[in-house]
Design a protein around this ligand. Structure first.
Ligand code: 3UK
Length: 540
């Protein structure tokens, strides 16, 4: 199967595929644009297997470029726009992209970047709706000047001009991929360390559509989906690209980074039926709803959360406030999308729900034996959407992909009813008084206090150098007194947790560090504690 056919061999191509700001783009429009990009790839002499990077905001051009690249037989590499330029450069160099399709404002920097040896061509997208002619005339001049100066190294194109230039090119024919032909690479940084590129096949897109999308989302005609997680994160990709487009639905894209204000505007203007977010976005959305402006959630039939465990009480608060269930599920870049999820009508808040048909899961103890039923263990998963491995990283690949199983790095336990509970990342857990502490468990308890808005628990060391828990807290009301709140949190912890899990220290902060995909970076907090707590902007 080819992605192009799977999306465009639909009964009606007149339906709206994308709502992008004020534009409504049909499947037919997307199809035409995809074919012209395929001609442009052929014009640029891109070869099968070559990497084409995408540095694009969520936009129709992201879709058409991605479909064209994969169907053409090259390898698409979407890069997260929330990363710093030096982090993006590491990815461009790791995958040795030969072409990058980019937002206009990034083109010059990429052209001038001497440390990007492998990138011979840059294609810059200028958008009709943001046409400010003066800025654009200046940009065009600069790009042309760069072009002449650098004709021997990198070549730059405006996408629209490239498409006109390659119009007379014969449209390349798309052939079905070989079983293990790589089609795209999604980079993941995990919670620490260097980015790793998970290499996927087109088939992985179809597999997640047949499994998670069919079983859990049950998309129907007329669904309009909106994801605050962006397309270069495989969660956002499934949510806002492959699921809606493979099922003839409409996806709502927004160019801006979706914060609570933007999301509430999108709700009011575009009336999504399904919303996908990560826990911190839900927290910010509920705060905005309470403090700034009421959210119009009248069109919603379902909410989804992933990326991190959704604390039980936050799940309940979302359902109370928005009036629909929120389905927490776990997936990963390596597995492409979800393998476990809550299901409508049988949600258990605080759990990741049940295994999705088409996936297997097992829990192993640290030496590799099966954990006894009900006990905690390291989660391994198996399913046909697993990546072929990491790009150019044989050792890490061998440690993560073993005999068809994928090591997730997550600790889980399963209850008697078959619900799975996330107990933290194996690398975030620590021992206190010789016993394991799972930060997510302690956070879940303390979050039930009304005075806490967000919290992150990490390993700290007491005055004797012994490990203990430390809680970083963002208060719900900035006027609350720190000492008083700390006393109340201590009391709550004493009531609900064994002594070794109770935090020995509380640090009140205004912000917590997050990755570009919305995960708390506990390692930054840990490092900060090691250096000095004064590194944090402490509140009050
Ligand atoms: C953690 C969760 C508890 C977990 C992702 C849905 O997050 C995604 O991919 P990443 O590669 O990270 C994977 C890791 O994130 N995680 C994700 N969801 C949950 N932990 N509860 C959850 N619901 O540690 C996992 O190993 O960034 C999520 C779909 C596609 C994705 N890529």
């Amino acid at each position: 199967m080819i992605l192009f056919d799977a999306i465009f061999n639909q009964q009606s191509l007149d339906k709206v595929a994308v709502r992008f700001e004020q534009q409504q783009i049909t499947y037919l429009d997307l199809r035409e644009q995809t074919l012209s990009i395929a001609r442009a790839l052929s014009f640029l002499n891109v070869e099968r297997g070559e990497r084409v990077a995408l540095l694009l905001n969520d936009s129709p051009e992201f879709f058409t470029s991605f479909i064209a690249i994969c169907s053409y037989g090259a390898i698409a590499v979407p890069i997260n726009m929330g990363l710093r330029p030096d982090e993006q450069r590491v990815i461009l160099n790791d995958c040795t992209a030969s072409v990058a399709i980019v937002e206009a404002n990034l083109a010059e920097a990429l052209l001038a970047d001497q440390e990007l040896p492998s990138l011979p061509a840059v294609v810059a997208v200028r958008r009709v709706e943001e046409k400010d002619f003066t800025t654009e005339a200046r940009r065009t001049q600069r790009l042309h000047r760069e072009n002449t100066q650098r004709s021997s190294s990198k070549k730059v194109w405006w996408l629209d001009e490239l498409l006109t230039e390659s119009e007379s090119q014969t449209t390349p024919s798309f052939s079905p991929p070989a079983a293990d032909q790589p089609a795209f690479i999604f980079y993941t940084s995990g919670s620490t360390g260097d980015p790793k590129g998970a290499v996927h096949r087109q088939a992985d897109i179809f597999y997640t559509n047949e499994t998670y999308c069919r079983e859990v989302l049950k998309l129907r005609d007329g669904d309009r989906v909106f994801s605050s997680s962006r397309l270069p994160f495989s969660y956002g990709f499934g949510n806002a690209f492959s699921f809606p487009l493979l099922n003839g639905c409409t996806t709502i894209l927004c160019r801006e980074k979706p914060n609570a204000k933007v999301i509430s505007r999108v709700f009011a203007e575009h009336k999504p039926t399904i919303f996908f977010g990560v826990p911190v976005i839900y927290r910010l959305l509920l705060d905005h709803h309470r403090d700034v402006a009421k959210l119009d959630s009248s069109s919603l039939r379902l909410c989804v959360s992933a990326g991190e465990a959704l604390p039980a009480h936050l799940g309940e608060e979302i359902e109370r406030t928005l009036g629909v269930e929120v389905l927490d599920g776990i997936g990963s870049t390596e597995m492409f999308h979800m393998w476990m999820s809550n299901h409508q009508g049988e949600v258990r808040y605080g759990s990741s729900g049940k295994l999705i048909a088409g996936y297997e899961a097992r829990l192993l103890d640290p030496v590799g034996n099966s954990s006894p039923h009900g006990a905690e263990g390291n989660l391994w998963v198996k399913g046909s959407s697993a990546a072929l491995g990491y790009w150019n990283k044989p050792e890490v690949t061998a440690a993560t992909f073993v005999d068809g199983w994928v090591r997730t790095g997550d600790l889980y336990r399963q209850d008697v009813d078959g619900y799975w509970f996330h107990m933290g990342r194996s690398d975030d857990c620590f021992k206190s008084s010789g016993q394991w502490v799972s930060p997510v468990e302690v956070e879940g308890v303390l979050l039930t206090h009304d005075g806490v808005n967000r919290i992150a628990v990490v390993e700290d060391f007491d005055s004797n150098g012994l490990p203990c828990a430390c809680a970083f807290v963002i208060k719900a009301n900035s006027d609350d007194d720190n000492v008083e709140l700390e006393q109340q949190l201590n009391k709550l912890a004493r009531e609900k947790l064994p002594r070794f899990k109770q935090p020995r220290r509380y640090v009140f902060v205004n912000e917590l560090p997050y990755t570009a995909t919305g995960k708390i970076q506990r390692f930054i907090l840990r490092e900060g504690l090691r250096v000095s707590s004064s590194r944090f902007q402490v509140s009050n």
